[in-house]
Design a protein around this ligand. Sequence first.
Ligand SMILES: CC(C)(COP(=O)(O)OP(=O)(O)OC[C@H]1O[C@@H](n2cnc3c(N)ncnc32)[C@H](O)[C@@H]1OP(=O)(O)O)[C@@H](O)C(=O)NCCC(=O)NCCS
Length: 242
Amino acid sequence: MKIIKKVLRRVYFLYCRAGKTVASHQRGVSLKKDVTFLGLPIITLMADSTLEIGQRTVLVSTTMVADLGVINPVILRTVRPHAHISIGEDVGLTGTVICAAKSVTVGRHCLIGSDVIIADNDFHPITAPNRRYERDPDRIGAKPVVIGDNVFIGARSVILKGVHIGDNAVIGAGSVVTHDIPANTIAAGNPARVVAGVPPIRNLSALREAGMPDGGMPDFNDLAGLQPIVLASSSATSQTTH
Ligand SMILES: CC(C)(COP(=O)(O)OP(=O)(O)OC[C@H]1O[C@@H](n2cnc3c(N)ncnc32)[C@H](O)[C@@H]1OP(=O)(O)O)[C@@H](O)C(=O)NCCC(=O)NCCS
């Protein structure tokens, strides 16, 4: 039984590797070294649009290896010509959907929870005529999305057009992010609001000595200089991040 399981796992691994090879030959796709596919993602690119994926990034498209499971495989799509998707190195994507009409940029070392949706456009106009079939880009809202380095996005969140999420930020599960989120903050809810600051690392040198693998080592300089976060809302109290 053990041997059968081992063989099946090996066959599945080879199947995923074949999928990766096919994807890497797709026009406009650039996969850096050691990108891993677990399950097969769906990648569709419009003419003259591009997809770049940085080294050591892992795309999980199967419930077998995702603690929370996935509703769908990773989907990476450009929906207009000349659009661009860029995913940095050492990023984890689990059942993530990224759709770009202009551009979606994900920084390095990001952790994107199960079934997150990131879209830089509305897909349909908000004005009433011909909403269902309209293809004129001038009538359909689209603004680039930028996600910084070392960002953690909780499961089933939705990141909407024009949003910039700063480095080291955390987005709570199930959030709908409609506005920019500052670096080093925790934001959550619908619409997502800053609820706290990311606690700083107390002992950076110990962490480094503990031997984090190079790929998992973000730039901690920003965290070291973290300032207290003061919430804008009148009902909120100021949060110190010590
Ligand atoms: C964002 C998160 C990491 C914050 O954890 P935490 O620092 O322990 O935060 P707390 O539970 O103390 O919550 C702080 C405040 O934010 C609110 N909050 C936290 N997560 C929230 C969410 N997902 N949606 C709405 N509000 C949220 C809390 O209600 C609380 O508000 P209050 O101060 O008014 O009571 C955590 O809540 C979360 O969403 N974790 C899920 C991560 C995930 O999806 N992992 C899957 C990986 S595949």
